[in-house]
Design a binder for this molecule. Structure first.
Ligand code: LLP
Length: 425
């Protein structure tokens, strides 16, 4: 068992905190996402402790895992939030999160989303283009509100991560370059409806070294210093999220390794630090529980067809990401190298290649490190219902999202030419 994860073995049975995974499968069915409350809280508190010498605020990136029970827990710890849509903003509001401790990121904010954010008293909107600046100004002016804003700078730094999740290079769609940022701050200064609060960046996700942060932060501090000299009021620097976690056998820096580097640079500066971690808080605090439906042997391979699929956990198919897969109850069957595949009609629907396991149909498997970008990226392809979500708390567990039913998916559709009763039968 990988010790970084939230599961442990008790008499050959896998537990999350004090609850046997088999018990959750029995009561809630599979596939089911399971999160450990203690692990989420520990990760948040570890992060908080690492940065405590600094004036800082943690804004949990809601996109990593956006269930309102989890947002509620984090809000109670004092967390702020990073949102990227009106939907995520609504989740923060409904979970009692503090909108004034929420930042709004993303390249495509729409008018209704900006309006909702400003009406709700958003802490800061991170602007990613001139066009967006003008739209925010327009909305703020008809609401007669002064919008708190920051410019997201694209520092052109290689975060050495998967190309799909690198965001800080000039060819990426995110942010604006340093020169354009300075020009946009002049526009902000001249607008009665915009007030600069900070400067922001986010260079990527699953970053495995503190160096890219050091480079980005140095750039941001230099720009902020220049802006302050010019009379602007930059009070915070937002360095985004991206702290890497262990999925397989990587050795990511510890959170204090990141913090040391960041603190060294920012310690003597007058700026408050903002962090937007997602994966670090929830990634290794969650697993996806699934059951083997069939075992199948072809000329070349053994397949275990399980009831979870790429629509439930997209990361292996989209990024060729590795997730450990372990048996929930060990038994003495013969070990084989299985491709663990889902029922979806795509050859890319593989959750793990060549996993050495002893399996029978009906066995339960846990797919590890699935807390971040697991459920939140799930979909309904092949008209598959989204999994249930369960939060374990000591020897208790709570269903924090019911399993969808087939009806839930079909309900919103209608056949315009027929008597509508047909759809209701
Ligand atoms: N802030 C901003 C502006 C972001 O775009 C993101 C992630 C974060 C913070 C949080 O990053 P984290 O701390 O979680 O690395 N679906 C991909 C990851 C995409 C990340 C997108 N942005 C995956 O499954 O690996």
């Amino acid at each position: 068992m990988k010790e970084h994860h939230c599961l442990h073995l008790v008499q050959q049975q896998m537990y999350c905190e004090d609850v046997a995974l088999a018990k959750i499968a029995e009561q809630c069915g599979t596939p089911t996402y399971i999160y450990s409350k203690a692990a989420i809280e520990k990760n948040w508190c570890d992060l908080s402790t690492a940065f405590k010498h600094q004036r800082y605020q943690i804004h949990y990136a809601v996109k990593a895992c956006s269930n309102i029970a989890i947002l509620y827990m984090l809000a109670r710890l004092g967390s702020g939030f990073d949102v990227v849509s009106g939907g995520e903003l609504e989740r923060v509001r409904r979970s009692g999160g503090d909108i004034s401790k929420t930042v709004f990121s993303g390249v495509g904010k729409q008018q209704w989303e900006i309006e909702a954010a400003l009406r709700g008293g958003i802490g800061c909107i991170n602007i990613e283009s001139e066009s967006e600046l003008l739209l925010i100004e327009k909305v703020a002016s008809y609401l007669n509100i002064v919008a708190a804003v920051a410019i997201r700078v694209n520092p052109d730094i290689d975060a050495q991560t998967h190309p799909y999740i690198a965001t800080g290079l000039h060819h990426n769609k995110f942010g604006v370059d340093a020169q354009q940022a300075i020009e946009l701050y002049q526009k902000i200064r001249r607008s009665p409806f915009l007030q600069e609060h900070g400067i922001a960046c986010h260079i990527g996700s699953q970053i495995m070294s503190p160096e890219p942060y050091a480079k980005a932060l140095q750039q941001l501090v230099a720009i902020a210093d220049q802006l302050c000299k010019d009379g602007l009021q930059i009070t915070h620097i937002d360095i985004g999220g991206g702290f890497g976690i262990r999925y397989q056998d990587e050795t990511p820096p510890t959170i204090s390794d990141y913090a040391t580097v960041v603190n060294d640079i920012i310690a003597d500066c007058p700026y408050r630090l903002i962090l937007e971690p997602g994966r670090f808080i929830v990634g290794n605090a969650g697993v996806l529980l699934t059951q083997v439906i069939h075992l199948k042997q072809t000329y070349q391979k053994y397949f275990a067809v399980v009831d979870a699929a790429m629509n439930d956990l997209l990361r292996p198919s989209l990024y060729e990401a590795w997730h450990d897969i372990v048996a929930v109850k060990a038994h003495k069957g013969e070990c084989r190298d299985y491709d663990i595949v889902g029922p979806v009609c795509e050859s890319a629907d593989v959750l793990g290649y060549q996993r050495r396991l002893a399996l029978y149909p009906g066995d339960l498997l846990a797919i590890l490190s699935a807390g971040a970008y697991g459920f939140s990226m799930s979909g309904n392809y092949n008209t598959r219902t989204k999994p249930a979500e369960v939060l374990v708390d000591g020897d208790n567990f709570h269903i924090i999202r019911c399993r969808e039913s087939s009806l839930d998916m079909i309900e919103m559709e209608c056949i315009p030419w027929e008597n509508n009763d047909l759809c209701k039968e």
